[in-house]
Design a protein around this ligand. Structure first.
Ligand SMILES: [Zn+2]
Length: 299
């Protein structure tokens, strides 16, 4: 059941759980996400990041997700993660996403910051187009992606004033905040600014979004969810699960080859022997998050 992400995150915010947004980059990761959701009966968001454009034509990935979705018994949304330009957002809208993020906090290079006015301008423009098609829009206020240390994260937290102003000036359905997390892995331990989430949530009744949830202790995640975080992006954690399993399998295959060579046998090359356990490992990582987010059993 393909729905918008607002249909998933609005009840989540109201009922005190969060919907996970998981990145798909290939068949194995997409299958792992769908399988995890079916097994835990958890609503979910499957997302494609703009940077995936450099890896594959999103049309191919999209067709795969749609095929998986036809068999799904769980409601899900297809989301563009971190769209950086109006053109890219329109391209994904045409593909058929039911949800998209316009990251107006950064320039199209994904590095230099946009001014507040620039953020508002592009976010409003994308919102108008997406809403005309019934698609959910996520905006971002504050600097959450470019920090790598605890100190930097603390200096760039979204303020309640910024959040309220952003909500008033744009027409977004969900809002990503800088609340102490970062993309990828942190140097040190990420510290979630729970009081900040609470202050913002009191004045912004929409689903709030946490990016860069990897490495945040489970109890801190649960607390953030109880305060108003209703969508959590998880990418690195799935990548780590995949990497670890691939490395382990490659070592096992190397050992197998050495034994075969020593016995004078013929090596058998089957990439599925590496990918199948790695897909299982990603599925486990996704299921684990669905349980912590409280979305398991909600579909
Ligand atoms: Zn992000």
């Amino acid at each position: 059941m393909l729905v918008t992400s607002k249909e998933l995150t609005a009840p989540a915010r109201a009922r005190g759980y969060a919907v996970g947004a998981f990145n798909a980059v290939n068949m194995e990761s997409a299958q792992a996400i769908f399988r995890a959701a079916e097994e835990t009966r958890s609503p979910f968001i499957i997302q494609i990041t703009q940077t995936t454009l450099a890896y594959t034509d999103p049309e191919e990935l999209f067709a795969l997700i749609v095929a998986l979705g036809k068999k799904a018994t769980i409601p899900f949304a297809i989301h563009l993660d971190h769209g950086r330009s109006f053109e890219v957002c329109m391209r994904f809208l045409r593909l058929g996403v039911t949800s998209l993020m316009i990251d107006g906090s950064l320039q199209e290079d994904g590095k230099s910051p946009r001014s507040y006015q620039e953020n508002i301008d592009i976010t409003r423009r994308v919102s108008a187009a997406a809403h005309a098609m019934g698609v959910t829009v996520e905006g971002e206020i504050g600097r959450l992606g470019q920090v790598t240390t605890e100190k930097e994260a603390a200096e760039h937290l979204t303020t309640p004033e910024e959040a309220v102003r952003f909500l008033r000036d744009t027409d977004v359905d969900m809002m990503a905040l800088a609340i102490g997390t970062t993309h990828g892995l942190f140097k040190g331990r990420p510290r979630i600014a729970h009081d900040r989430i609470e202050q913002i949530a009191a004045q912004a009744p929409i689903p709030l979004v946490m990016h860069g949830g990897t490495g945040v202790p489970d109890e801190d995640v649960r607390k953030a969810v109880s305060l108003g975080i209703a969508k959590i992006n998880i990418d690195t954690q799935i990548r780590v699960a995949f990497y670890d399993a691939v490395i382990e399998r490659v070592h096992a295959v190397e050992k197998e080859f050495a034994e075969t060579d020593a016995a004078g046998g013929v090596r058998k090359y089957d990439v599925r022997k590496i990918l199948a356990p790695s897909r299982d490992s990603m599925q486990k990582a996704v299921m684990d998050r669905m349980v912590v987010f409280g979305s398991a059993g909600k579909a």
